[in-house]
Design a protein around this ligand. Structure first.
Ligand SMILES: [Cu+2]
Length: 181
């Protein structure tokens, strides 16, 4: 099952559960209340609420830990001591990368800025997936660290609409195998 199919299935099941809830309420609406049933349903509601709270708590902390325990943004104000450094400047409507060739297998530090307006600096792997991305902002230098595992020709595209030439605002750079040149 693809991710999209999974999302679609979860959506349908969710819609179904909500619809079932509504139908249940409508069917119950005309019946006379009796004290015992009211007490029971209040109790059930409390139990369900406690479980929901617990599940949300676990999902929140579990999700936060799973996605952030290796924090994706490197320290911005301390030297990182990374040997491969690429200076990136975005401008309407091109990218300037110096150098435009890096080595796979060891980290690359991109120092990303812009000379005019905000741009989105995104690196696309040869298979078309985004490898990594950050903002390119005038007056700021954002550090982005990425270790390429696959050699090949990577494409830079702008992810923030920046004017009439935004769509063709691309650049290419090559990642060579570790140890090669
Ligand atoms: Cu743009």
């Amino acid at each position: 099952m693809s991710l999209q199919d999974a999302a679609w299935t979860i959506t349908l099941v969710g819609i179904g559960l909500i619809a079932a809830g509504f139908i249940h309420v409508i069917l119950q609406a005309g019946k006379p209340a009796d004290a015992e049933a009211t007490r029971k349903s209040t109790h059930t509601a409390h139990v369900l609420r406690r479980w929901l709270f617990g599940v949300l708590l676990v999902a929140f902390f579990g999700g936060s830990y799973a996605t952030l325990h290796t924090f994706p943004i490197p320290p911005q104000h301390t030297p990182l001591g990374i040997k491969q450094v690429v200076n990136v400047v975005g401008q309407q409507w091109s990218w300037d990368l110096k150098p435009d060739k890096v080595r796979a297998g060891s980290p690359v530090e991109f120092l990303v800025t812009a000379s005019d307006v905000n741009h989105g600096f995104a690196i696309y792997a040869p298979d078309g997936r985004i490898a990594t991305q950050t903002q390119a902002m005038p007056g700021f230098t954002n550090k982005l660290v990425h270790t390429f595992t696959e050699p090949g020709t990577y494409t830079v595209m702008c992810l923030e609409y920046c004017g009439i030439g935004h769509a063709p605002m691309t650049a290419e750079f090559s990642v060579v195998a570790a140890g090669g040149d």
